[in-house]
Ligand binder design. Structure first.
Ligand code: TXE
Length: 485
């Protein structure tokens, strides 16, 4: 299917359907700033249709043996891999990310998400407890019912599959709402699900805006489980909407992640890893290390070499094979990035690299949304530029003098998603990692992901954990059954 100039449809009860209201939004290509497809502007009526389909499908799907569910999810993974190039191109066009990144990270990860949970459900264990001489207790984990899955625009298929796979693997049915900014690969996933033989109504995808569709999902009384990834501001709205219904909610929100380099680190590795964690996906990954802290004795050398390496990143047309920095997802995000770069200078920062929009990489991208990899130095630690999530190719680099100081700086934000610590002193690595308040701490690495580990944030970065056993537990209801002796 050509993804250019296509009219995306909702996927409800195994059928591709128009939104009931017949309204569509332009889907803008970030690299050109021009509409290239249309996405349904659905509303609560479409969500009601999807809930009815999910409800009908639940009876059979939840009773299907795990091995049968597993086979279908494995087939979805195989089909994503079969169509990898098509998915990667669609993801790159839709998000503005480099085609090479979509091909290397996003799409393979989506396939591995399905494969991981398809096999995890074949090996789940349960618990039993003997009440001496009195009773035998066992824990029965059952699917919860209909799950509402709301995902963001930065890693569209990766993060959506990370929700769909565990939710339906354990026997729930699902209603997914991708970001209206990047709907294409979710649309393509529905074709794959259909081809893989996923029964009608198990997966339903309703496209549209947050207020019209997302809010309808979080407010729907028959959707009892919500998994949300997005901004902290919206995360709060989702939590508020779910509270009256006592829905089970998982929130993966924003971050302002510290990246700490001690003088004894392997500086080559730390610099390469830090350039990646600063600018991957144009800095539009909630796990990006946007606050770099360097021990003072290594600061000058680090900054010089970091800037040298970052300045070599190839900014270009996302569809160009050599591009390493693509486009920013939309005009609003580009304006937000420009705002914070200006604010950083007002707060006393110095632009050590980048700081503005580049010349368009080619004629096709003349109206596209691009911004140079940007480094700001000399900022006070507690200024707004160092506290707010910018979510773009902008990092600050600040020196520190001792461990306690840098741990306090790292923790002195409302977020607590992830962090990196670069040191060759193992005792220090353990000591610092224990004191940093983030859901994930990477030592001498970044974005090394093992799907078995719990993943999520603390404080304003979220609630709950997804990944591995945690995801299977999140999407199931544990019941204790007690049999008297
Ligand atoms: O996210 P939103 P946006 C951060 C980043 C970014 C900011 C806003 O800082 O600048 O969030 O980005 C749906 N009820 N992250 O606007 O609004 C919406 O349609 C239910 C970090 O993209 O949170 C979309 O599908 N749903 C994040 C999804 O929520 C609602 C990745 C996310 O949109 C809704 C992306 C509502 N009231 C942005 N309003 C991360 N943690 O990775 C919107 N939505």
């Amino acid at each position: 299917m050509r993804t250019e100039s296509v009219q995306i449809q909702n996927f409800i009860d195994g059928q591709f359907v128009q939104p009931i209201g017949g309204k569509y939004l332009d889907n803008i290509e970030p690299a050109t700033g021009k509409p290239y497809s249309q996405v349904p502007d659905s509303d609560d009526r479409d969500v009601d249709l999807a809930v009815a389909a999910a409800e009908r499908a639940f009876a059979d799907w939840s009773k299907k043996p795990a091995a049968e569910r597993s086979t279908i999810l494995l087939r979805i993974a195989d089909l994503i891999e079969r169509d990898l190039e098509k998915f990667a191109r669609a993801e790159s066009i839709d998000t503005g990310k480099p085609l090479s990144l979509a091909r290397f990270l996003d799409i393979p990860r989506a396939a591995s998400n399905f494969r991981f949970f398809a096999t995890a459900i074949l090996h789940t264990e349960s618990e039993a407890h003997i009440t001496d001489g009195v009773a035998f207790n066992y824990t029965l984990r059952q699917p919860r019912g209909i799950a509402g899955l709301i995902s963001p625009w930065n890693l569209p298929l990766y993060l959506l599959s990370w929700k769909i796979a565990p939710a339906i693997a354990v026997g729930n049915t699902a209603i997914a709402k991708p970001s209206e900014l990047t709907p294409m690969t979710a649309f393509m996933l529905c074709e794959i699900a259909h081809e893989a033989g996923l029964p009608n109504g198990v997966l339903n995808v309703v496209h549209g805006t947050g207020p019209n569709v997302g809010a309808a999902i979080t407010a729907h009384p028959k959707i009892n489980t919500i998994s949300f990834t997005g901004g902290t501001v919206t995360g709060r709205k989702v939590a508020e909407a779910c509270a009256p219904f006592f829905k089970k909610v998982s929130l993966e929100l924003g971050g302002k992640n510290p990246n700490i380099i001690f003088a004894d680190a392997d500086l080559d590795a730390a610099i390469a890893g830090s350039v990646r964690s600063s600018f991957a996906n144009q800095g539009q990954i909630c796990l990006c290390g946007s606050r770099v802290f360097v021990e003072r004795s290594a600061y000058k050398d680090f900054v010089e070499r970091f800037i040298d390496k970052a300045s070599q990143l190839k900014l270009g047309d996302p569809l160009d094979e050599k591009t390493e920095q693509g486009a920013i997802v939309n005009k609003a995000q580009l304006e937000k990035i420009k705002f914070y770069v200006d604010l950083g200078q007002k707060e006393g920062g110095k632009i050590a690299l980048g700081g503005s929009a580049p010349e368009p990489p080619n004629e096709r991208c003349r109206e596209g949304y691009f911004f140079q990899p940007t480094v700001i130095t000399g900022l006070p630690v507690s200024c707004r530029t160092n506290r707010d999530e910018i979510f773009g190719p902008v990092v600050t680099i600040t020196p520190f003098d001792n461990e306690d100081e840098v741990i306090n700086c790292a923790n002195d934000v409302e977020y607590g998603l992830s962090s990196s610590v670069w040191t060759q002193n193992l005792n220090r690595a353990h000591r610092v990692a224990e004191k940093i308040n983030t859901g994930t701490v990477w030592v001498n690495c970044w974005l090394v992901r093992d799907l078995r580990v719990p993943f999520g944030g603390m404080k304003a970065s979220g609630l709950g954990r997804e990944g591995g056993e945690e995801a299977l537990r999140f999407f199931t209801e544990p019941k204790n059954i007690c049999i008297a002796k």
